[in-house]
Design a binder for this molecule. Structure first.
Ligand code: PXG
Ligand code: PLP
Length: 440
């Protein structure tokens, strides 16, 4: 047996600087509402709603109760060729929130699985309609679609792809991203500049012939790459080009769904309706892992046909529609409704936007971006050490200000609770300002 040097050795942490972290671990022991509790007993304000997950706050009593009851009454149910009521009820509920035309919901366990499921559904749809030649998938630079092979391949975050470059799935192209600080720095919500970048899709359709393209996948607002709202008219243009060529439009709404942009879905907020929507995170408020892929009726019906005794789509997960996750999801949908969570998020958006943009003239800040309750303060990288200033700010927030702030390289990302208290939110930004002032 391997003798560990410390109790932190064995766990290989995800997307973490493991050795740096383990020298001085930032440990959380509990959570309630808008605060975590740290190992030393201090209360830590959470500016990131978990990891974009926990919009209504941590350990919401209604969700806790639903999960406790469920785990004690039906802990697991065979997912294939068997079912339980709550999975059906949650699917109906989520489809009910989606734009007109959406009829069905396929459950997964994460955003990454939702994305790979959506890509497979797109391919299966075209093949079922006799267009099996439509195999090409289009993503976008700076896109984040999770870490599985499909999502990584259509994704456009370089460090996530670099090591796996030779094994990315074939037949993928990328649109250019829309972030250009020369043209759209310090935009509030959607920048005016950049709709023409959607024409990249038309160029790819010309290059490959549109009849060979299965789907294009984009985040309505890019999240992980640092909050990149779509330029005015951009999504509309993508929709138009997709329609012209019979290409499916997939919105990856793992972050933007369930109130993060003030509506149930980004599709609703932007008034642009995709063919497929991927979700996770806010589906269960992060309490139990779960994702869902929503599809329009024509997609479901094209695939779900043939002899009735046959499985129509050879795809699924052991934990698809897991009872405990479904119970959590149903309770979360109740909380969204009963507490007017999306309306609260809508009311907070202008306040959040103003606070965020008050950082625009700080000497260390090179851009501020926001949409809904998604925000980014981009710090200038330190000479010769990109990412160092951001990580130091994250650590300083935790140790000195009892605050969790997520950094992506030198950007500070903000994902306030959908039901934030304005005073608490303001105080958290005062603390962030002290940290930005004081980091080298
Ligand atoms: N698609 C999108 C649009 C996402 O934002 C995924 C897929 C993958 O989901 P899973 O559940 O497999 O992680 C995501 C996840 C960040 C951050 O700091 C963002 C995500 C995950 C972790 C951190 O912005 N997004
Ligand atoms: N690997 C093996 C050996 C399995 O038996 C299974 C599922 O039965 C999987 C992977 C996939 O696991 P999941 O359905 O949890 O994604």
């Amino acid at each position: 047996m391997h003798a560990a040097a410390s109790k932190f050795d064995a766990y290989w942490m995800p997307f973490t600087a493991n050795r740096d972290f383990k020298k001085n671990p930032r440990l959380i022991t509990g959570a309630k509402g808008h605060y975590y509790t740290a190992a030393d007993g201090s209360r830590i304000y959470d500016t990131f709603s978990g990891l974009w997950t926990s919009g209504v706050g941590h350990c919401h009593p209604k969700i806790v109760e639903a999960v406790q009851q469920q785990v004690a009454s039906l802990d697991y149910c065979m997912a294939f060729q068997m079912g339980h009521e709550k999975a059906f009820a949650l699917a109906e509920r989520v489809v009910g929130l989606a734009p007109d035309g959406f009829s069905n919901c396929f459950f997964t366990n994460s955003g990454s699985e939702s994305v790979d499921t959506a890509l497979k559904i797109a391919l299966a749809y075209h093949r079922a309609r006799g267009e099996g030649n439509r195999t090409r998938l289009i993503g976008r630079e700076k896109g984040y679609h999770g870490v599985n092979f499909g999502g990584m391949s259509v994704g456009g975050i370089v460090p996530n792809r670099k090591v796996f470059s030779a094994n990315l799935i074939p037949g993928v192209d990328h649109l250019r991203h829309t972030l250009d600080l020369e043209h759209n720095a310090f935009s509030r919500k959607q920048p005016e500049w950049g709709a023409h970048l959607a024409d990249d899709l038309e160029r790819l359709a010309q290059l490959h012939d549109g009849s060979n393209i299965a789907a294009v996948i984009v985040e309505p607002v890019a999240g992980s790459a640092g909050i990149i709202p779509p330029p005015v008219g951009y999504l509309e243009k993508l929709r138009e080009i997709c329609d012209r060529h019979g290409i499916l439009l997939i919105f990856d709404e793992v972050i933007t769904a369930f109130g993060r942009v003030g509506k149930a879905f980004g599709a609703e907020r932007f008034g642009v309706i995709p063919d497929i929507i991927t979700t996770a995170k806010g589906l269960t408020n992060g309490v139990v892992p779960m994702g869902a892929v929503l599809v329009q009726k024509h997609i479901h019906d094209a695939i779900v046909q043939g002899p009735e005794h046959m499985i129509e789509l050879f795809h699924g997960y052991t934990y698809s529609g897991h009872p405990v996750a479904a119970a959590a999801g149903l309770a979360v949908m109740d909380v969204y409704d009963d507490e007017g969570i999306f309306e609260q998020a809508t009311a907070l958006e202008p306040i959040f936007e103003d606070i965020l943009h008050s950082f625009a003239d700080h000497e260390k800040v090179i851009d501020v971006r926001n949409f809904g309750l998604m925000g980014m303060i981009d710090l200038a990288p330190r000479e010769g050490a990109p990412g160092a200033r951001g990580l130091e700010a994250h650590k300083k927030c935790f140790w000195d200000e009892h605050l969790i702030v997520r950094n992506g390289m030198d950007g500070l990302q903000l994902s306030p609770f959908l039901n934030s208290d304005v005073d608490e939110m303001q105080k958290s930004f005062e603390a962030i300002r002290r940290v930005i002032d004081s980091v080298d």
